[in-house]
Design a protein around this ligand. Structure first.
Ligand code: CU
Length: 354
């Protein structure tokens, strides 16, 4: 644990270090389908949104259970922001089990879910697993094994679209988290970061049929801190350096993460696009900023399109992620001090290595 604490504190200290190797090109073609959406607008054709998890629903996976964990309390003063803060003790949803679906949330002490319409931002959270045999697939020297991440859009990850797969949690494994939270309200507030997990316990008859999946993280900063300064042009494309894969594998499920003005995230194998994750805005009231906010009435990212079963790659192939921003379609996000928020381009992929 000590080395992780050191690693995380170093990562925290280097937040804002010179940018990663993402490249910038301006005036890219407008390749985003139906990027600008509004309150209650239907899901655009060709875009699939994974169904949100609910503690009230019967788990979609046979033999699975649901559990919700809370991490906190996080006490934030009015207009306070906490960035890249590590949390090394996170409640385990289960041990000796497979995590088959995950979803983050943000709530108050009494369990009320909160969002941008009340000035509460789950800017980011990343969930890590540590224990024997766990290492990150794309950045093993830089990060503990990343298994889930969410921006405020709180995308649902599902690992078993067609076959019994999950993140394997061993008996002695532990979870850790990094979080960024913002309280844009006039009053001080106490938040909890929540995780809903669908999982298959070892006591389930379905357990034996399950195989382990991994999270494959692609990032415009490669193994950096994910943040880039937004280029000054109204449109821009940011792309990672290629990741050379030592082993082959298959993509099961994946989605992108951008900041406001981001229209889509593309995943490429040897420069061929295999997944486009469209980014939708303000489809629910919670994602529309209050009149008192930095961006009064602005519709923020509310949904990220999910790709399912989108092929695979061979040993030696090059994977990359590319993100397309257009601030004419949806504006960049402004921070407290009037500056423009840094931008991101991440693809979270759940894969099976071969
Ligand atoms: Cu982000």
């Amino acid at each position: 644990m000590k080395s992780l604490a050191l690693l995380l504190s170093v990562l925290q200290a280097t937040s804002g270090f010179p940018h990663g190797p993402g490249e910038t090109t301006s005036s890219s073609p407008a390749i985003a389908p139906n990027a600008s959406t509004t309150l209650n607008s239907p899901v655009p054709e060709g875009v699939f949104l994974e169904k949100h998890l609910s503690m009230q629903d019967t788990p979609k996976t046979p033999g699975a259970k649901m559990i919700k964990t809370r991490t906190g309390p996080f006490n934030l003063k009015s207009m306070e922001m906490v960035s890249s803060t590590p949390r090394l003790r996170v409640d385990m949803p289960c041990t000796d089990c497979y995590l088959t679906a995950m979803e983050a949330g943000l709530e108050l002490e009494d369990g009320t879910s909160v969002n941008i319409d009340s000035g509460a931002w789950l800017h980011h959270m990343v969930l890590y697993i540590m224990g024997p045999g766990h290492s990150d697939l794309t950045c093993p020297l830089n990060w503990p094994e990343r298994i889930y991440a969410a921006g405020n859009e709180r995308t649902t990850a599902r690992l078993n679209e067609k076959e019994p797969l999950g993140i394997k949690v061993g008996k002695s494994d532990r979870l850790a988290m990094i979080y960024d939270l913002v309280n844009n309200a006039m009053e001080d507030r106490t938040f909890y970061v929540t995780m809903m997990f669908e999982y298959v316990p070892s006591t389930s008859p379905e357990f034996a049929a399950h195989k382990p999946a991994k999270c494959l993280w692609l990032d415009i900063t490669n193994c950096g801190d994910s943040e880039e300064v937004a280029p000054p042009t109204p449109t821009f494309t940011l792309e990672s350096q290629p990741y050379s894969m030592a082993r082959g594998g298959r993509f099961i499920n994946g989605y992108g993460h951008v900041h406001d003005a981001g229209q889509k995230v593309s995943i490429t194998v040897n420069n061929d696009i295999v997944c486009d994750s469209a980014q939708l805005y303000g489809r629910e009231a919670g994602f529309i900023e209050s009149r008192e906010g930095e961006n009064p009435g602005m519709a923020h990212v509310s949904d990220a399109g999910t790709c399912r079963e989108y092929g695979g790659w061979k040993a030696g192939d090059k994977l990359s992620v590319k993100t397309f921003y257009d601030s004419r379609t949806t504006p960049l996000n402004k921070m407290h001090d009037g500056s423009v928020q840094e931008v991101m381009g991440i693809a979270i992929n759940y894969v099976v290595e071969e």
